[in-house]
Design a protein around this ligand. Structure first.
Ligand SMILES: Nc1ncnc2c1ncn2[C@@H]1O[C@H](COP(=O)(O)OP(=O)(O)OP(=O)(O)O)[C@@H](O)[C@H]1O
Ligand SMILES: Nc1ccn([C@H]2C[C@H](O)[C@@H](COP(=O)(O)O)O2)c(=O)n1
Length: 250
């Protein structure tokens, strides 16, 4: 998708989006930080964007905070606008959108408003017992990391988010990893997915750097005939000038 999809942002770069989903506490934030470091993506966490909105004094702040405390999902138009704004403010053309789309309504709203088809959906698969253990020991002061809200978040995940995963699965766009391993082991599997992704410049930053000499070689190839013609013309002009000078002297 090009700039038009991003509401006229002037750029002819193809914008690449990877959605990252998994149960609450599956390690989406943890793994996204590693993907950013290795693959040069810009990461937006839907949950973080909403938490920032509650602190910004926005008219929706209190409503968002109450929904999050209940483990419920916020209206799609709000979250999609926040994602779109963050994307428009970024110079990057590769985005990891974590914790999104959480339901069919999110997915359809993104399709309508942002109009970008994701390259793929990274799915972190982890059993509920492990997720519960991780969330209860996360200790980051999140109001929704209590057993009551955690249970509600699991329910929303099963009922609303898994159907979105199935939607992309049917389109061959899901890349599933076993997230019940050590963070470094999970990232090894993720690295393989991003490295082998055939979506051109999504891969390692080094690949883009290594590709540069190829580009300059093709530029030289393209300009070579012109350079030859110009050299011949210069030679002819010089030859004519010299023969005229010789005639004057003789
Ligand atoms: N592979 C792992 N093994 C054990 N603990 C992990 C692993 N990955 C992340 N954690 C820990 O589990 C907790 C949740 O991880 P993280 O915040 O990355 O998950 P998340 O999917 O982004 O959560 P949420 O959906 O609630 O935002 C954190 O305390 C993190 O340090
Ligand atoms: N697309 C989204 C993403 C998140 N939320 C709300 C509801 C979640 O429980 C909360 C925290 O998200 P997390 O940080 O766990 O990804 O944010 C939403 O309504 N819609």
């Amino acid at each position: 998708m090009d700039s038009k999809a991003m509401n006229g942002k002037p750029s002819n770069k193809k914008i690449k989006v990877v959605f990252v989903l998994g149960g609450p506490g599956s390690g989406k934030g943890t793994q996204c930080a590693k993907i950013v470091e290795h693959f040069g993506f810009t990461h937006f966490s839907a949950g973080d964007l909403l938490r920032a909105e509650t602190k910004s004094g926005s008219e929706y702040g209190t409503m968002i905070q109450n929904l999050m405390k209940e483990g419920k999902l916020v209206d799609s138009s709000i979250i999609v606008r926040l994602i779109q704004k963050a994307m428009l403010e970024s110079e990057n053309d590769k985005f990891l959108i974590d914790g999104f789309p959480r339901n069919e309504e999110n997915r359809i709203a993104f399709e309508k408003i942002v109009n970008i088809e994701p390259e793929f959906l990274l799915f972190l698969d982890c059993p509920e017992s492990e997720l519960e253990k991780r969330l209860l020991s996360r200790n980051q002061g999140r109001e929704d990391d209590n057993i009551e809200t955690i249970k509600k978040r699991f329910k929303v995940f099963m009922e609303s988010t898994l159907p979105v995963v199935s939607y992309y699965e049917q389109r061959g766009k899901v890349r599933k990893v076993n997230a019940a391993k050590l963070p470094e082991e999970v990232f090894e599997d993720i690295k393989a997915i991003f490295s082998s992704f055939q979506g051109n410049d999504i891969g390692y930053r080094q690949i883009a750097i290594e590709a540069k000499p190829e580009r300059s070689a093709s530029l030289i190839k393209c300009w070579l005939p012109f350079l030859c013609i110009i050299s011949i013309l210069l030679f002819l002009i010089l030859f004519l000038l010299m023969s005229r000078t010789c005639t004057v002297f003789l």
